[in-house]
Design a protein around this ligand. Structure first.
Ligand code: CO
Length: 335
């Protein structure tokens, strides 16, 4: 069995958000050819996408071809809209969450859903989180690595994490609004340099901010194998040791204590890095994630794991058992 915890989906279409909310900055799909669309931010081209982004049937055909059984669906991070007025971001979140809920309701054995919540307003975010879990049947939410520059240890976000822990909702942290983006527009560096740094920023903020310490039942997974965090955890630990006056102000627990307490996806592209990741976070905490249907993802989901020399027992953990453990779901649900 294979469960892919990192895949993105959008509805095929939605109403004109500029007209609806009265200001620009929103994404729409320009269906310029059959099966192809341009993601547009107002009049600016963002990304070319294909029907596998919005069509569940095409997705299922495609991922079945790679031997994937189940996809965990989340929106495309550019839709987070933390920059917008909270009521409008909530309205858009509802639209996206209702869409994902409809897809999983139609194909409950093939899809699991993660919602999106307007983190610029904790109260609204919690209400929508509750709706996602209690009414829509989603497993949790995907959130960004920062909220308008605010880190995930910010006091205003704690109540959201607390609510997630109480509801048993998983959190998938995906890098977005990358630091330094405007200083490195060339060579796709926001994606190649900014994203791994953003994920480390999110992990360090949650560790140093004591989020994991205060909420030991919170089940968090980070995209892209934890970004640059696993490779720099020695530096982080050393910093904590030599400058506790800077690092240990909110939590006195060693950062390395948290290795093995959160999940990461397997999207690291290289066998050596996957080996290293297993050494760092453990064989129980890595779950297949491909970033389907985007080209920077693993184009044959699970290939890195399947081509490895790991035992079948380890492969099965990475390919689906760890995902089930993170999601607290039983394999029976999908058979
Ligand atoms: Co992604």
């Amino acid at each position: 069995m294979k469960i892919d915890i990192h895949t993105h989906i959008l509805p095929k279409d939605w109403s004109d958000l500029k007209e609806k909310y009265g200001y620009g900055g929103w994404i729409h799909l320009d269906h310029h050819l059959t099966g192809c669309a341009r993601m547009m931010k107002d009049d600016h081209f963002f990304r070319e996408v294909e029907s596998n982004l919005w069509d569940p049937g095409i997705r299922m055909d495609e991922f079945s071809g790679f031997g994937v059984d189940v996809q965990v669906l989340s929106t495309v991070p550019i839709m987070f809209s933390y920059w917008a007025k909270a009521d409008d971001a909530l309205d858009l979140s509802k639209l996206l969450n209702d869409h994902i809920a409809a897809v999983i309701a139609e194909f409950p054995k093939r899809f699991i859903g993660l919602g999106t919540i307007p983190l610029q307003d904790s109260e609204k975010a919690i209400k929508e989180l509750e709706r996602c879990i209690n009414e829509l049947g989603l497993a949790g939410v995907q959130i960004g690595s920062n909220v308008n520059g605010m880190n995930l240890d910010d006091d205003s976000l704690y109540s959201v994490f607390e609510a997630a822990a109480e509801l048993g909702a998983v959190i998938f942290v995906h890098p977005w609004e990358m630091m330094g983006e405007n200083d490195m527009k060339k060579y796709w560096l926001p994606w190649l340099v900014g994203m791994p740094a953003e994920t480390s920023r999110a992990i360090c903020s949650m560790i140093f901010g004591g989020i994991f310490e205060r909420l030991p039942n919170l089940r968090v997974a980070f995209a892209h194998g934890g970004g640059s965090f696993p490779a720099t955890v020695g530096r982080v630990q050393h910093g904590f040791d030599v400058r506790p006056d800077l690092c240990a102000v909110d939590s006195t627990v060693n950062p390395t204590e948290y290795l093995g307490k959160f999940w990461v996806d397997s999207l690291v592209h290289e066998p050596d890095t996957l080996d290293f990741l297993i050494k760092k976070v453990g064989v129980e905490k890595i779950a297949l994630g491909s970033d389907y249907p985007f080209p920077l993802g693993e184009l044959e989901p699970g290939k890195l794991i399947e081509d490895s020399n790991y035992s079948d027992e380890i492969k099965n953990k990475l390919l689906f058992q760890n995902a089930l453990d993170w999601l607290r779901l039983d394999q029976e649900k999908f058979i």
